[in-house]
Every structure is written in C-alpha cells, then in structure tokens.
Design a protein around this ligand. Structure first.
Ligand code: MRU
Length: 379
C-alpha cells in the first residue's frame, strides 16, 4: 500500500465517513474513489495476499480494470464506470473546449467502451444512463459540464453506500442472535462503493443482534468467497467458516443454515435473478430444505426492460479461468471447459428481495414495480 493510501485507510478506519453508523466507519478500505483526474480502485486481483491500489487516469484504463476484474461486483462496476465517464469528460473538455457536439460524441464513445466490458450487471448501464442524463441536459461549455459529471459520479458513489446501509438495516430484521447465514460469491463492501448488499445485511445483523456467523461458499472458479468475502469478514471480526461450493447442501440438510443471503447482477421484472454462477444451485437446496433465500440488491440492479430471466445476457468468460487458477493449470493439457459467469435463480426460489426501499415479497412483478415507481430502476 502506498503511504498516501495507508493514510486514507487509517482515516476511513477512524471514521472519515462521518455521520453514518459506527459499523460503517469501521470499514478499512475504499473499493472505489473518484477524484479529479483519477479513479482509484482497490486491486481485487491481489486480495487477500496484498492490499494495493490501482490508479486509472482515463476511461480506457477504467474499462480494462472492469474487464480484468480488478474491480468487480455489480454496484462497484456501475460506480467505477461513472468515474470513468468523469475522466472521459475531463479529457474531452480539454480536447474540445468550445465544441459541445464533439464533447458529447467523446462521451458516447466512452460510454460504449465501458458498456462493452461486462454484459450481465445492469448497474453498469444504469450508471451510464445516469451520467448521460447530465451530459445531454448540460447547456454549459464542456469544462463546466465536465465538472457536473465529476460531481454526479461522486454522488452516485455516495448514494450507493447509502443504499447499502438501508439494505442492511432492512435485512437485519430478518435474522436473530446466533443465526448462521450462508452467502455465495462476494456481495460485500468490495462489490459496492462500501458496506455491501448481502454482506451489508450480515454486517447490520451482526451489529444489531450479535452472535451472527457466516458460511462462505468459496465460489469457483474465481474464488470471490474464499479470497474476498473471507477477507472482509476477517477485517470486520465477524465469525465465518469457509466451505467449498459442494459442501453447501450438506450443511443446509443438517439444519446448520438459518438463511441464505446473496447479491444480484440483474433482477428481471418478474423477479428472476442473475447472480454469480452457483447461486441457482444454492437456491434449489434452500427451497428443498425450507431455508429462506434472500436476494439483497439496490434498485439499480432491477431491469424492468427484461420481463424474465430468459432475457438476461449471461457473460461467458475464458475457459482458462476454469482449467487454471492464478496461472496454475489444474486440468490436463488441452482440456476444454465451460465458463458461464452467472446463472439465473427463478423468482419462485426467492423468499424476498432486500432493497433500500424495504423487503419485497411475492408476487414480485407487483412489489418490484411498486418499488421501482418514479424511475428508480432501469426502464
Ligand atoms: O463476477 P463478479 O465477481 O463481478 O460477480 C459478482 C456477483 O455475482 C455478486 O454477487 C453481484 O455482483 C452482487 S454484488 C453486490
């Protein structure tokens, strides 16, 4: 960690977040920072072995870091893309100080590049659309519009933390002291601008009731659970045990799980939900054994333009991410693999959505539409 970054980490630990609940001020790291001229990302490829930060000075670098998963997690990707557009705006204002049409064309080009990085998380499109509202409405010279876009990106970041806090507050009421929560992938502070969605519920439940413990699916093939969720919970001092993905059924069958909480990359209008590959399997196990299965997500993850899960694009990633891990080949030479990065959990397997607007119950087409009223979701 750089000296500057270490200072920032200490400041955050000391309560730099000011005015938010104490358990948030304990967060040691910032996933994304959006500053004039740079976007700073914690390097999620290096965790848990090293805590280091990547500085991006232009939107192309931001896009590359989303693609290679230096930053990942649906809300974090959206916030980071907003930061990338703020960088694009600053550069375009310098290149075309008196040409608003060229300024806007440069932003559209950056938006296309950022949108092409990862297809499943709709928060990316949501954030780009939020930023586009600013540049299309701005009648000022490009430099002034660029300032507005930087401010909007920073506001999107703060807003994401605020949403996660509300998700945590609503979700904590679903659990009691001593409960064990199973989670899949990483839907924590690292997957958002801070605090997390599924792990926001865990954090808030732990702060509210005490005695909460977590079963963490390792989450093959990227091991977001083993590398990131376990790291976050360790930092927070919340007890957890790591399990390989194929152990989830064993523990659920034995009554060791009081509830499952996962995040989401895209929620269709009917409640079908895309999340990290393996989530569907856990939902089937939970349903079979009568264990509540909660999806915690901000409304920016809801895509009302998609009527069901069949319409959600599923990202296909490289086969080598399955046949090898961190450069170490685990399969025979020439082995072929499949690598869908997400799967779709049918709405029927979901007990409730935990959103910043409250806990939404079935029928989800109605409860999601009501929560989304007034343009709060992608539509
Ligand atoms: O491929 P990733 O690591 O970006 O996938 C992340 C997930 O599937 C998360 O569960 C989801 O984005 C919710 S994050 C709050």
């Amino acid at each position: 960690m750089t000296g500057e970054r270490a200072q920032r980490g200490v400041a955050a630990a000391a309560g730099e977040h000011g005015g938010v609940p104490a358990d948030v001020s304990r967060l040691r790291v910032r996933t994304v920072e959006i500053l004039p001229g740079e976007v700073i990302l914690i390097d999620q490829l290096a965790l848990p072995h090293a805590e280091r930060y990547v500085h991006c000075g232009n939107w192309q670098e931001v896009a590359a870091r989303i693609t290679d998963m230096t930053v990942r997690g649906a809300p974090a990707i959206g916030v980071t893309a907003a930061g990338g557009l703020a960088l694009a705006a600053a550069a375009a204002a310098v290149a075309s100080p008196a040409d608003p049409a060229a300024f806007r064309a440069a932003l559209e080009q950056a938006a296309s590049g950022l949108l092409a990085t990862r297809p499943t998380a709709v928060n990316l499109r949501w954030a780009v659309d939020e930023m586009r509202l600013v540049w299309t409405a701005c009648a000022e010279p490009p430099a002034a519009c660029a300032e507005l876009l930087l401010a909007r990106a920073q506001a999107i970041l703060q807003d994401d933390i605020a949403r996660c806090l509300r998700i945590g507050a609503h979700g904590s009421a679903l659990f009691k002291a001593g409960d064990t929560i199973l989670t899949h992938c990483n839907a924590g502070a690292l997957a958002t601008a801070g605090y997390g969605t599924a792990l926001g519920v865990v954090r808030a439940a732990s702060a509210r009731h005490g005695g909460i413990s977590v079963l963490v699916d390792e989450t093959r093939p990227w091991l977001q659970g083993a590398r990131l969720t376990a790291w976050e919970l360790g930092v927070e001092g919340i007890p957890y045990r790591l399990i390989s993905d194929n152990m989830a059924g064993h523990f659920i069958q034995r009554g060791a799980v009081d509830g499952v909480v996962v995040g989401a990359d895209r929620i269709a209008a009917n409640g079908d939900t895309a999340n990290k590959i393996g989530t569907y399997t856990v939902s089937v196990l939970a349903k079979e054994h009568g264990v509540p299965f909660y999806v915690a997500a901000p409304l920016s993850t809801v895509d009302l333009t998609v009527s069901s899960g069949a319409g959600i694009p599923i990202e296909e990633r490289a086969e080598a991410e399955v046949t090898a891990f961190h450069g170490c080949q685990v399969a025979p030479d020439g082995a072929r693999a499949y690598h869908p990065a997400f799967d779709v959990t049918p709405a029927a397997n979901i007990t409730a959505f935990v959103t910043e607007a409250g806990v939404l119950r079935a029928p989800f087409a109605r409860s999601l539409a009501t929560a989304c009223a007034g343009g709060k979701c992608e539509s």
